[in-house]
Design a protein around this ligand. Structure first.
Ligand code: PGA
Length: 256
């Protein structure tokens, strides 16, 4: 069974006042019913957000963490530090990190390994560019991105992983993948997971990300292999994030 997961990625947005107002709205909304809700604020606000959402059931994660636990890495944050701030989750391989900050497949795998060692729950982001989709290589790209990580973490790591399929052409563009396009890739990803480690595939959550809104979320959740969403822009308006949570509640867990 795969409990739905709604994750908001604030990217480099937010400040202290925003966090207070956001957490207040989450408290007023009450606990989500059978849906996991995560928020990924900028790292400097992790502990502030953790404190602000205490008692709401909402969990907090980092958008990125380093592959080493300490060392001469100016400007970086170790997974153990994220953990100490009270966060339980971390993203790895977001397309903005891959495109703008040099996160290669191998680095992403290093970061997932380090996150698991620090007892964080990693969400691996994968997804093809528009050129790659048009060239017919979307599946090959996603298989490569996933494969490098799967090779490193094995069955035990896969059992603790979630994956977010985020086609680069759908991120922040208002151009979402159709539910059928997303479902096709999710089913493909699940078949890759199944091929590597049987039983794990049924329980591993695969999220869709890329211009998710309250309007398109119900159709996405209705697909049998879309177990959650990673929401950027729409998550900056707490009412919109909550509307997406309601859509997830309406559909419930996937059991296929
Ligand atoms: P978006 O971002 O919802 O603004 O398209 C998604 C993401 O980058 O995770």
């Amino acid at each position: 069974m795969r409990r739905p997961l709604v994750a908001g990625n604030w990217k480099m947005h937010g400040d202290a006042g925003f966090i207070e107002a956001y957490a207040g709205a989450l408290r007023r909304a009450g606990r989500a019913k059978d849906v996991d809700v995560l928020v990924f604020p900028p790292a400097c606000y992790l502990d502030r957000l953790v404190a602000a959402v205490a008692g709401t059931g909402v969990e907090v994660g980092a958008q990125n963490a380093h592959w080493a636990n300490d060392g001469a890495f100016t400007g970086e944050i170790a997974p153990g530090m994220v953990r100490e701030l009270g966060a339980g989750w971390v993203l790895a391989g977001h397309s903005e990190r891959r495109a703008l900050f040099g996160d290669t497949d191998e680095r992403v795998a290093d970061k997932i390994v380090a996150a698991l060692e620090a007892n964080l729950q990693p969400i691996l982001c994968v997804g093809e560019s528009l050129a790659e989709r048009e060239a017919g290589s979307a599946e090959a790209v996603v298989a490569r991105q996933f494969g490098v990580v799967a090779e490193r973490i094995g069955r035990e790591g896969l059992a603790r992983l979630s994956v977010a399929y985020e086609p680069v052409w759908a991120i922040g563009t208002g151009r979402t993948a159709s539910p059928a396009q997303a479902q096709d890739m999710h089913a493909y990803l699940r078949s890759l997971i199944e091929a590597r480690s049987g039983g794990v595939a049924r329980d591993l959550r695969i999220l869709y990300g890329g211009s998710v809104t309250p309007e398109n979320a119900p159709a996405l959740f209705a697909e049998p292999d879309i177990d959650g969403v990673l929401v950027g822009g729409a998550s900056l308006v707490v009412e919109r994030l909550l509307a997406i949570v309601r859509a997830a509640e309406a559909v419930g867990a996937h059991r296929n």
